[in-house]
Design a protein around this ligand. Structure first.
Ligand code: NAG
Ligand code: NAG
Ligand code: NAG
Ligand code: NAG
Ligand code: NAG
Length: 257
């Protein structure tokens, strides 16, 4: 244990240095690495001495997968101290932005200690950790919408946002769980409704559809607010009057490092 603490500390430090190095290269990613909500479970870890290293190992395994695919799933340990983890970046993030978002998720989620589970929703990615296999779950009592309260929009925006959200659900179900969209409110005023929909990639299309249908009806309840986010067990959705989406990912050069 005496050796483990400096090791974890130095890993964190390396981590922070990498994060700062990356941040100086990209500015756009910053806003997408912002935390929307963290929720922690209420069960204490069974045996901290075993659970914590399992949790750290799971996060490290997921980190490797995130760097190459933007999605990661891992299991470490046995019995009551087994740690199950899942993380995903939303579909419009580049792999570089994804690494930044996951770095933030991984820094914040350990605040759930000494509880044995937690979820973090950021604007660009999601992560969840439990001591049981939750991989097929797509709904739960914690599912909710978080509405932005900055501006109340007129009925034209509301109609556009509704169309954008409902279209994104249909598109995502046909497109491996991911869709982005924009519906113009007024060309003259240069105003649009922007939307993003994303299911966790391990879900089948039925679960994805059910999750997005629930998510869409909950964020439509945010109207007339200018912004709404759905934080669900199996998916994430957001609409806004601001263009929060990353530019379409370039396809020509090789991705990753
Ligand atoms: C998860 O941890 C709690 C608390 O230590 C324990 O009661 C429960 O049985 C564990 N669940 C599994 C599936 O091991
Ligand atoms: C936790 O696990 C460690 C390592 O196996 C063991 O030495 C310790 O007694 C356990 N603690 C509890 C409270 O079971
Ligand atoms: C609305 O937003 C303002 C600033 O963004 C915040 O101070 C206030 O608490 C929010 N009100 C509600 C009801 O969320
Ligand atoms: C329209 O809005 C977008 C995003 O809000 C902005 O980038 C663009 O410059 C605007 N175009 C005009 C002509 O104002
Ligand atoms: C990437 O390139 C492949 C092959 O050139 C093409 O089929 C695919 O649609 C492209 N994807 C994007 C996102 O442009």
């Amino acid at each position: 244990m005496k050796k483990a603490i400096p090791l974890i500390f130095s890993q964190c430090l390396t981590h922070l240095l990498i994060t700062f190095a990356l941040l100086s290269q990209t500015v756009m990613a910053e806003s997408r690495a912002k935390t929307v909500l963290v929720t922690c479970g209420s069960q204490l870890e069974h045996n901290t001495t075993i659970f914590v290293p399992n949790f750290v190992a799971t996060m490290e395994k997921i980190s490797e997968q995130m760097r190459s695919t933007g999605f990661g799933k891992a299991v470490t340990g046995t019995g009551l101290d087994t740690n199950y983890g899942l993380a995903q970046c939303y579909g419009d993030l580049s792999l570089l932005d994804c690494v930044l978002c996951y770095a933030e998720a991984r820094t914040v989620l350990p605040q759930c200690f000494p509880y044995n589970s937690g979820r973090i929703y950021l604007d660009g990615c999601f992560m969840r950790s439990e001591n049981y296999s939750f991989f097929n779950e797509y709904k739960g009592p914690g599912d909710r919408a978080v509405c932005g309260n900055t501006t109340k929009k007129n009925s034209d925006f509301q109609a556009a946002a509704k169309q954008a959200v409902l279209t994104a659900v249909q598109d995502a179900v046909k497109n491996k769980g991911y869709a982005r969209g924009r519906v113009v409110v007024s060309e003259a005023a240069n105003e649009s409704a922007y939307v993003l929909a994303d299911c966790w990639r391990n879900l089948n299309s039925q679960s994805c559809k059910a999750c997005l249908e629930h998510a869409s009806s909950s964020i439509l309840g945010c109207l007339p607010s200018s912004e709404g986010r759905a934080l669900n067990t199996g998916c994430f959705m957001r609409y806004s009057d601001i263009d929060f989406l990353n530019k379409e990912v370039e396809n020509t050069s090789s991705r990753g490092e």
